[in-house]
Design a protein around this ligand. Structure first.
Ligand code: DSN
Length: 420
């Protein structure tokens, strides 16, 4: 019976060699390249096993004890364990593990707390926000009146005075904090005060940094926020998916918004995998990991500055750094392409007040969750910074890109992803 839960790769290879071959190629890509995308990580074999389990078969619309289908006895237990672990880990009054993704979780937040046409104040996308925080091409920008705040040009930090003034002027129903490319800590106490001043719901989209909160490496938004949404697959190192925490008074609204408001059946294998990841986060080793992620990111940002590239806001307090590559004479897009050819996976990213378009950009975003999972420490970060710098400056030359790739492989082979 238990063999069902191991990776039955032989059976997959026999049945579908085309896909099996691609799964192996992807594993090779993960093992050979440097994974520096700030929103990615290498989740554990235990989490992968739960993801690939027979719980994927089960329809379980509703919540434990209140389902619309029979046969939910076992998945009920799984979901209750996951909810309890989330509440314990984050000190939260309520947890919902069912959102399929971070964007789904955010749809549920809008549904629980606002009506179409309401005003929502959120960080602007060019300054590090997210599509679901009001982009014109997203449901949020189409259905809500989105007002934005950003960072100051002088120091590239959130301008809380501007945020307060804008909040007083536009009187938002909800204020969203959280970003995809803001390297600094957010002052949640201050944002709570602003929300109270204007009577707004405080929503924190903690997708990027919740794993650092779980590891007690940075302050938590949970004591301050009405609602906290996030993905489970970034620093948190869980399965691809979403989650919502809230105050008890909002529990019913949040649960109704997720189901039946926005989703049908939850993916119970993903709920089980979230529970497994939450148990991992409760271990002391995870706290050490989260602190190391930040140390590595700080060291990487400063090493990239020594290589002649400016770190936006002068550095980082978190798992990511935003790097202005204009000193190298290339755009973010070119830097991203050249790094890719050299075996370094990262992404181009707009920097605040970027003169380039979002498809080109002047920056790159680098993150340390995956390389830290592989066991790299601060001593490896200057090596990575030098490889990035050489890739950006010399990577147009194929021979040089190939040499950098060989050096990347030499480094990653010492810290293999999913060691055999
Ligand atoms: N796509 C994610 C990121 O890379 O930051 C945000 O959802």
């Amino acid at each position: 019976m238990t063999e069902f839960y191991g990776p039955d790769f032989d059976a997959l290879s026999a049945q579908d060699p085309e896909i099996a071959k691609l799964l192996l190629s992807e594993l090779t890509r993960l093992r050979n390249n440097l994974q520096l995308i700030a929103s990615e990580n290498l989740t554990s074999p235990a989490v992968l096993a739960a993801m690939g389990s027979t719980l994927s078969n089960k329809y379980a619309e509703g919540y434990p004890g209140k389902r619309y289908y029979g046969g939910c006895e076992e998945v009920d237990k799984v979901e209750i364990i996951g909810i309890d672990r989330a509440k314990e880990l984050f000190g939260a009054e309520h947890a919902n593990l069912q959102p399929h993704s971070g964007a789904s979780a955010n749809v549920a937040v809008y549904l629980a707390f606002t009506k179409p046409g309401d005003t929502v104040l959120a960080m602007s996308l060019p300054h590090g926000g997210h599509l679901t925080h009001g982009s014109k091409v997203n449901f949020s920008g189409k259905w809500f009146n989105i007002e934005s705040y950003g960072v100051r040009s002088e120091d590239e930090l959130i301008d809380y005075d501007e945020l307060r003034e804008t909040a007083k002027r536009v009187k938002p129903k909800m204020i969203c904090s959280g970003a995809t490319a803001y390297p600094r800590l957010i002052d949640f106490k201050k944002i709570r005060e602003i929300c109270d001043e204007v009577g707004a719901i405080m929503w924190v989209d903690a997708a990027h940094f919740i794993g650092l909160v779980a590891g007690k490496a940075i302050p938590s938004p949970v004591p301050y926020a009405d609602v906290v949404s996030f993905t489970t697959h970034k620093v948190l190192r869980g399965p691809r998916g979403g989650m919502i925490l809230s105050k008890a008074e909002h529990a019913a609204a949040v649960d109704k918004a997720v189901f039946p408001g926005m989703q049908g059946g939850p993916v119970m294998s993903a709920v089980a995998a979230k529970a497994v990841a939450l148990k991992e986060c409760l271990q002391p080793a995870y706290q050490a990991y989260a602190k190391q992620v930040i140390e590595n990111a700080k060291t990487l940002a400063s090493a990239l500055e020594k290589e002649g590239m400016r770190a936006v806001s002068g550095g980082t307090d978190t798992h990511l750094a935003l790097i202005d590559v204009r000193s190298t004479g290339v755009t973010g897009k070119v830097a991203d392409d050249r790094c890719g050819k050299s075996g370094i996976t990262l992404n181009k990213n707009a920097i605040p007040y970027d003169p380039e378009t979002p498809a080109v950009t002047s920056g790159i975003r680098v993150g340390t969750p995956a390389v830290t999972t592989q066991g790299m420490k601060t001593s490896e970060m200057p090596v990575i910074a030098s490889l990035i710098s050489r890739a950006i400056r010399d990577g147009e030359d194929e021979a040089k890109a190939a040499e950098i790739k060989r050096e990347v492989n030499a480094l990653t082979s010492k810290f293999p992803a999913y060691p055999r």
